[in-house]
Structure formats: structure tokens, C-alpha cells
Design a protein around this ligand. Structure first.
Ligand code: ADE
Ligand code: ZN
Length: 362
């Protein structure tokens, strides 16, 4: 991998497994053992149908499907919006603090065996408060699970509150006001939901106020939206990371900037496949990002809907793109480096990755 600027137009850069160096094989077990941070996971997107039915039953809420299998069969998406319609419907069964606790704990338990040592978790407060669920109910449930997850599973975490970009900025500002008493429990703000037609500039005031209050900032950009949205997220929202960023590759100038400023991208291969951002995982831009010296990371986005948690995303990307062991190590290191975990922990995890990477091959 090189950190030098691209020498050729990105559209010509290699994107196929067969164009790259022969891979030193990274086994599933090698990937699992590497300490990894997940930096792009919507907790409501980890809502597995089994838990959805259980919580719906205890809350007396009707689900418009007869079975877990019928729910899974409905997970055929043609774009981001077709997914979001079902995603918002799914979260509608979450009412009580205990529901948010169970949801979060289930995610942490699921990834603890996959080598996830740290998770930076998005939640969508407006998706709950607009249904009459109190902000504090959502926050308490999630935070209590994050506390227990650290004690019981050793996974550290940060919480990121996303603004829904299909709603207006005043709604985001009201949500920020609701979060102010809980500043110590929320590390940052993010921007998600329907991207095209809702550019980052729409939320400039909300992000400025959030940053003044000490929140860090990230934003989804370049998933379906154009490179200009990535630039707006950087210049107007002053984000520390870009969530997705796929379409940044359409602008050479932007690629050079992302590389020079070491802006992390939280990339989600299986999400991109399920939402038709790419038609084939072999065409996924992850290798072009790495080849361009971008700080790409691998994440699951909404694992219950897209058919895989973070380890599954690593394995699928390795298989489709021919990622080498060196690539996998770079991605794991990037996830730790780009995280907001404590500096001492980050150093220890990076040393752990290096120790595993330097073990002699069998
Ligand atoms: N909310 C949950 N998943 C999302 C995604 N992939 N893009 C935008 N908003 C989302
Ligand atoms: Zn996302």
C-alpha cells in the first residue's frame, strides 16, 4: 500500500482481485483474532428478527409478518430508501428501556467472539422520540448495556447520536437540546438516513452547535450522494470521519485530500451490496481506496438487514477482492487508529495486531 497520491485516474485504478498482487492468505481465524474496532454500526440495524418478535410480543405490538423467515424474506432492497422504509418499521417495536438494553447487549454478545474490542455505535433518537419514546429511555437502555458489555465482555464503546437528514434542521436542533444534559454519555453526532436531496449543508448550524458543546462529528456521505456531499461534510460540518465515502473516488482532488488529511472512511461492503451501491462485491471500491492510501475501515452498518456482522464483512471483502493478509492487517490497524478509544488502549490493540501479524505462518 502506498500513501502517495494517485498516479492515475481512479476510474482506471485496479478494482479486481486478479489485478492485484498474489494474496498471502488471511484465514477466517487470523481475521477473527485481530483486535478490531467497529466504527459504523447503527444499533437499530442490529435488530435480528428473532429479538424483534420477542420484543413485539412482550410489548403487544403487531408485526406485519407471520414469521422470522417472512421478515428475512422481506429484506430485498433496491436502494437506500427501500431499506430505510423497513428499518424504521422494524424499530417501531422498541418502546421500553429494557428493549434498548436487550438490543444493544445482543449486538455486543454477537461480536465479542469476532475480535471486536471496541464499538462506536450510532443511534437514531428521532426514530424513537417521534413515536413518543422518551430520549432518556433510549439512552439509558443503550448506555446500561454498553456499561455491562464492557464489564462482562471487555468491549469498550462510544455512542454517536445521528440526526435524521430527511427531517429539518430545527428537528435536529431540538434533538441536540435533548442531548445536552447527557453530553458525558454521547461522544459525537452523526448524520444518516436518505442522503440524496439532503446535503450536509442543511445541517451546518446543528453541527456547529454540537461541536461547540464538545461533541465530535461524523456524517454519512458519498453512499448514494455525490463527491460534493463529502466535501460539504468536511468543510461545513467539519467531520472527523466520513461514513461510507464510496463516491469520493469520482473526484481525484477529493481522493488526494482524503489521503493527505488522513480522513478515515467507515466502509460497509455487504451494506453496499444489499443496497445496490455496487452490483457485485468484486467491483467494490475498497481496494481502490487502500491503493490510494485512504484510511479505509471495514464495518457492518446494519448487520441484521445486510446478512453479516463485521467479521463477515472482512471475510466477504477478502474473498471478493482478494485482500491479502497485509491488507487485512492495514484495515484492522486503521479501525483502531480511527477510533475515539483511549490512547493507551489503542496502543495496546495496535501492538496486539502487530504481534499476530508477525507470527510465523504454519
Ligand atoms: N441508517 C441506517 N443505515 C443507514 C445507511 N446505510 N445509510 C444512511 N442511513 C442509514
Ligand atoms: Zn450507516
Amino acid at each position: 500500500m502506498t500513501a502517495e497520491p494517485l498516479e492515475q485516474e481512479t476510474s482506471e485504478a485496479s478494482s479486481h482481485a486478479q489485478d492485484r498482487e498474489p494474496a498471502v492468505n488471511a484465514s477466517d481465524d487470523f481475521i477473527r483474532r485481530l483486535p478490531k474496532a467497529e466504527l459504523h454500526i447503527h444499533i437499530e440495524g442490529s435488530f435480528e428478527p428473532e429479538l424483534m418478535f420477542e420484543i413485539a410480543r412482550r410489548n403487544g405490538v403487531r408485526i406485519p409478518y407471520d414469521s422470522v423467515e417472512a421478515v428475512r424474506a422481506a429484506y430485498e432492497f433496491e436502494d437506500l430508501q427501500s431499506f430505510l422504509d423497513i428499518y424504521y418499521q422494524g424499530m417501531g417495536v422498541l418502546l421500553e428501556e429494557r428493549d434498548f438494553y436487550d438490543l444493544t447487549m445482543a449486538y455486543l454478545r454477537r461480536v465479542s467472539g469476532d475480535g471486536v474490542v471496541h464499538a462506536e455505535i450510532f443511534f437514531d433518537p428521532q426514530g424513537h422520540t417521534e413515536r413518543g419514546v422518551a430520549f432518556e429511555t433510549v439512552l439509558n437502555g443503550i448506555c446500561n448495556a454498553l456499561r455491562d458489555g464492557e464489564r462482562q465482555l471487555g468491549i469498550t464503546s462510544r455512542l454517536i447520536m445521528c440526526f435524521l437528514r430527511h427531517l429539518d434542521e430545527d428537528d435536529a436542533l431540538r434533538t441536540l437540546d435533548q442531548a445536552m444534559p447527557f453530553r458525558d454519555r454521547i461522544a459525537g453526532v452523526g448524520l444518516d438516513s436518505s442522503e440524496v436531496g439532503h446535503p450536509p449543508r442543511k445541517f451546518q448550524r446543528a453541527f456547529a452547535r454540537a461541536r461547540e458543546a464538545g461533541f465530535r462529528a461524523v456524517a454519512h456521505a458519498g453512499e448514494e450522494g455525490p463527491p460534493a456531499y463529502v466535501e460539504e461534510a468536511l468543510d461545513l460540518l467539519r467531520v472527523a470521519r466520513i461514513d461510507h465515502g464510496n463516491r469520493a473516488l469520482e473526484s481525484m482532488a477529493l481522493v488526494r485530500r482524503l489521503a493527505a488529511e488522513r480522513i478515515p472512511l467507515t466502509v460497509c461492503p455487504l451494506s453496499n451490496l444489499k443496497l445496490c451501491v455496487v452490483t457485485d462485491l468484486r467491483e467494490h471500491p475498497l481496494t481502490r481506496m487502500l491503493d490510494a492510501g485512504l484510511m479505509a475501515t471495514v464495518n457492518s452498518d446494519d448487520p441484521a438487514y445486510f446478512g453479516g456482522y463485521v467479521l463477515d464483512n472482512f471475510v466477504a471483502a477478502r474473498d471478493a477482492l482478494g485482500l491479502s493478509a497485509e491488507d487485512i492487517v492495514t484495515l484492522a490497524r486503521n479501525s483502531i487508529t480511527a477510533s475515539w478509544a483511549d490512547a493507551g488502549r489503542k496502543e495496546r490493540w495496535l501492538a496486539g495486531i502487530d504481534a499476530i501479524a508477525s507470527e510465523p505462518a504454519d
